[in-house]
Write a protein that binds this ligand. Structure first.
Ligand code: AMP
Length: 112
């Protein structure tokens, strides 16, 4: 079981802010913004690279959940950022696909 599957199964505590049939979203343990939520599919895809065309719906559900959580947490209309770290060079540390939803402060570009 991945770390995020254990959170979904309530085996590891987390501050869950949203869940539906396909996704679960919880606050990051080490936030890098005032609002930092991880949106993850219940299906334990290791990363974006592991997704195929058969996962288009799963990917869509994740994006839709991120949009809903952003609105729920008051990040509209100010704005927010959604990030996927895929693989070592991007700094991915948890091998279960997840979107970082970041907001509540001014972001810079490009990211470091
Ligand atoms: P990434 O580096 O893109 O794989 O992101 C993994 C994220 O998971 C990091 O931002 C960590 O702070 C976060 N994280 C690790 N363990 C937990 C946990 N138990 N609950 C919530 N977030 C976690």
């Amino acid at each position: 079981m991945t770390l995020f599957e254990k959170i979904a199964a309530r085996q590891i505590p987390a501050d869950i802010v949203y869940e539906d049939e396909h996704t679960i979203a919880f606050r990051d343990l080490h936030p890098v913004a005032p609002i930092h939520v991880l949106v993850t599919p219940r299906l334990p895809l290791p990363g974006l690279s592991s997704a195929g065309t058969e996962h288009i719906e799963v990917l869509g559900h994740c994006l839709n959940a991120a949009r809903r959580v952003a609105a729920q947490l008051g990040l509209e209309p100010g704005g927010y950022r959604v990030v996927i770290n895929n693989g070592d060079d991007a700094g991915q540390t948890v091998p279960h696909l997840h979107l970082h939803l970041l907001g509540g402060r001014q972001m810079s570009w490009p990211p470091g």
